[in-house]
Ligand binder design. Sequence first.
Ligand SMILES: [Zn+2]
Length: 495
Amino acid sequence: MTAFMDMDAEETVVLGGRQFGKSTWGGLNLAIKNASSPGYRTLYTAPTGKQVSVFSNDVYASLCTMSPAIKKICDFKNEWQMGARSFTTGSKCYFRSVFHSADSARGISAGWIQFDEFQDMIMDVVGVLKQSATNYPDRRFFYTGTPKTFSNQITTYFDHSCGYEWMVKCKSCNHYNYMDESILGKKGYICQKCGKPINIQTGVWVPRKPKQIGIFNGFRVPKFLNPNISFTDVIRERDNPFMTRAAFYNEVLGLPYAQGELALTVGDMKAACDGKRDMGRIGTKYPFPLVAGVDWGTGDQAAIGKAGARVRSFTVVTIGGWYKDKFRVVYMRKLIGEEADIYRQPAVVNHILRSFGVETVVCDWGFGASQNARLINEFDWSPDQLYEVQYGSMVNLVKWNREAQRYIVDRTEQHHKLIDDIKRRRITFPKWGDTGPFHEDFTCIFVEFDAIRGTMRFDHPSGKPDDTFQSLVYAKFALDINRGHTSKFSRGLVE
Ligand SMILES: [Zn+2]
């Protein structure tokens, strides 16, 4: 582990099996930075509260108090708790859980951010968190976790990185061995080429993409590189009938496993398009009430991070209505070019919504909050026409939060419902030729098993936005409100 601690880059991804010491490595990074840079703020994030408390108490606090030099500057008197640990030098580390939203970390400014159990994070949440480092020219992002499918973000990040692999040279035939299942012999580790024994502790880090070294570093660390894990342990796990092949690949070899499935195929999307129906135009009149969904994007402002990061997301407006027992999508628009200008977006969106005579519109909260406020204040959208939705994870699938004046909805449930509606053709789109540019926003979505909740989880690969899919989720939610299927609450009034 220590071999790559010194290698520095703005972004570093470390993926590997369970128990390979990534937590200690991450803890050391943050603690050393905090101790050596007065006034410096760092942030540790993981999906669940339990993961965060274990790291804060058992890893970070232990490491700090273990070193006499660091212990001397720990500010035990004023702030030394699970959520934040301060130093008398003014530096500080925050610890936050960010499962389905970045809300708990909103407002924090930190130069070094660690994303632990990165494979279970939602990419949009990661994008928001990275903005916490905007004011730090020397910012560092560390992504650590265990691979899952090939589509999962930790794998795509690793593919973007310099991709250091531990390669072990065979003393008999000089072949460099790649660390996968083929080196597991009957009695010990063997050379893939000649079958003679090899010593896996004697390898070297070999990059896949040397040009990325120092820009985006990446390391894959199989569990058996940990000297405390014996060959017998590895074989026992491989032959354990209760361990799936996927789990063995992910957690022991540190390799992705092809079990993820694309949620919607090109075939599904083609089947959901009406053969001859044209995409609506501004001003087209329809014999049924129309609703809309707006997914606000950063538009012309590129997100932080050169490699691996989502470059940018676009604002998408989707309009449709209930017609012949289906949700008929009549219009979709992605704001690009001049319209992507963040200041102009509300005026463009208002113009589209007004010209179709949209009755109810649902927009995303979070990044979109200020844009929604402009629609209300500058363009006269009333609180019972425009609703905000925030994703959460919860037992009640839809909840109206009176204090916050917005709906909180279960992300997985909303995604599941929409995918099912498309597959069963309860939603129809204009003809294939007119909707072509939008289909990738649907067919990029993949599904994985979410071990934390024991449910399915939907996400999209970094670099492939799902903005249109999201705007359709909101449009469908607007339909439910408009048809009285979801209780309608009036914002600004006590119900
Ligand atoms: Zn050999």
